[in-house]
Design a protein around this ligand. Structure first.
Ligand SMILES: NC(=O)c1ccc[n+]([C@@H]2O[C@H](COP(=O)([O-])OP(=O)(O)OC[C@H]3O[C@@H](n4cnc5c(N)ncnc54)[C@H](O)[C@@H]3O)[C@@H](O)[C@H]2O)c1
Length: 269
C-alpha cells in the first residue's frame, strides 16, 4: 500500500518558476501530484520552459508575467488565477533569494539594497498570501499557503544580513497567518531550504564570501524542497500549520547559519 501526495482537482499558484531554480521543479511536482498550476515569473521566457514541461507531461498550467516586487503587478494575480480556472486552493511563494551584489558587511549596506531584499523576500509574500486568504475566506476554501524561507533566517546571516532578516520576518508572519486564518481552515507553513544548487547560486561562483559558493557545503536537490512544499499543500499535512520545516540535508544542524568563517573574509581597512 502507498499513500500518494494527491492534489487532484486543486488549483495552485506557484510564484517564481524559472526552470533552473527551485520553483520550476516544484511546479512540475505539484502538477505531477494532479494540480492545475498557475505559474508566475518576471518574463514569458522564464515561464515558458516550465509551462512546456508541465504540458508535455499531460498537466495543466497557465502563466502570468508579473514583477512580484511591484504591488500594481501582483494585485491582479489571485483574481486572474480564479478567473482562468474557477478557484484557488493553494500558493507556493518560491521566488526570492540573494542578489549577487548584496553580499556585503552590514556597515557597507546601502538602504536601497536593504529595501530590495525585504521586498523580494518578505513583502510580496504578505501581499500574495493576504489576497489568497481573502479569496479563500470569502469562498469557504480550506486552502494551504507555503512560503519559502532559508536556513539563513534561523541564526545569523553574515554578509547577507537583510536577506536573513527578511526570511525570519516572513516565517514569523507566516505563523501569525496560521493563527488568524486557522478558524477558516487555511493552513500556512514555511519551508527553509539549505544550499540548493540553482542557476542563481551557481552564478555566484566560488567566492568564499557567498555562502552558496562554498565547495564544502552540503547540497540539497531542488526537488527535495519541491516535495516538502507539495506535502504541505496536500491533505497529508492537514494537521500542520504555523510550522517551519528545514530541508537542508543536515546543513544547519552542523553549521548553524551556513558555515561562513568570518575570519577568512576580506575586511575593508
Ligand atoms: N538556492 C539556494 O541555495 C537557496 C537557499 C535557501 C533559500 N532559498 C530560497 O529558495 C527560493 C528559490 O531560490 P532559487 O535558488 O531557486 O532562486 P532562483 O533565482 O533560481 O529562482 C527564483 C525564481 O523567482 C523568480 N523571481 C525572482 N524575482 C522575481 C520577481 N521580482 N518577480 C517575479 N519573479 C521573480 C526568478 O525569475 C526565478 O524564476 C528563494 O526564496 C530563495 O531565497 C534558496
Amino acid at each position: 500500500m502507498s499513500i500518494p501526495i494527491n492534489l487532484e482537482g486543486r488549483v495552485i499558484l506557484v510564484c517564481g518558476v524559472g526552470k533552473g531554480g527551485i520553483g520550476g521543479p516544484t511546479a512540475r511536482i505539484i502538477s505531477a501530484a494532479g494540480a492545475t498550476v498557475v505559474a508566475v515569473d518576471k518574463t514569458q521566457q522564464l515561464l515558458d520552459p516550465t509551462i512546456a514541461d508541465i504540458k508535455a507531461a499531460g498537466g495543466r498550467c497557465h502563466g502570468i508575467v508579473a514583477d512580484l516586487m511591484d504591488p500594481a503587478q501582483t494585485d491582479p494575480i489571485v483574481a486572474t488565477a480564479v478567473e482562468r480556472f474557477g478557484r484557488l486552493d493553494g500558493v507556493a511563494n518560491v521566488a526570492g533569494g540573494t542578489r549577487a551584489d548584496e553580499w556585503m558587511r552590514l556597515e557597507e549596506t546601502p538602504l536601497s539594497s536593504f529595501h530590495a531584499s525585504l521586498n523580494l523576500n518578505f513583502e510580496y509574500t504578505f501581499r500574495i498570501c493576504r489576497d489568497a486568504a481573502r479569496y479563500m475566506i470569502k469562498n469557504n476554501i480550506r486552502g494551504s499557503l507555503v512560503n519559502v524561507g532559508s536556513i539563513s533566517s534561523l541564526n545569523s546571516a553574515p554578509y547577507h544580513g537583510p536577506y536573513g532578516a527578511a526570511k525570519a520576518a516572513m516565517s514569523a508572519l507566516t505563523r501569525t497567518m496560521a493563527i488568524e486564518w486557522q478558524p477558516y481552515g487555511i493552513r500556512t507553513n514555511t519551508v527553509h531550504p539549505g544550499a540548493v544548487p540553482t542557476e542563481r547560486t551557481k552564478s555566484f561562483g566560488s567566492d568564499p564570501s557567498k555562502n552558496a559558493g562554498m565547495p564544502q557545503v552540503v547540497r540539497t536537490a531542488p526537488e527535495a524542497v519541491g516535495h516538502a512544499i507539495a506535502f504541505f499543500l496536500s491533505d497529508l499535512a492537514s494537521g500542520i500549520t504555523g510550522q517551519n520545516l528545514v530541508v537542508d540535508s543536515g546543513l544547519s544542524a552542523n553549521y548553524c547559519s551556513g558555515a561562513i568563517n568570518v575570519d577568512s573574509l576580506p575586511k575593508k581597512s
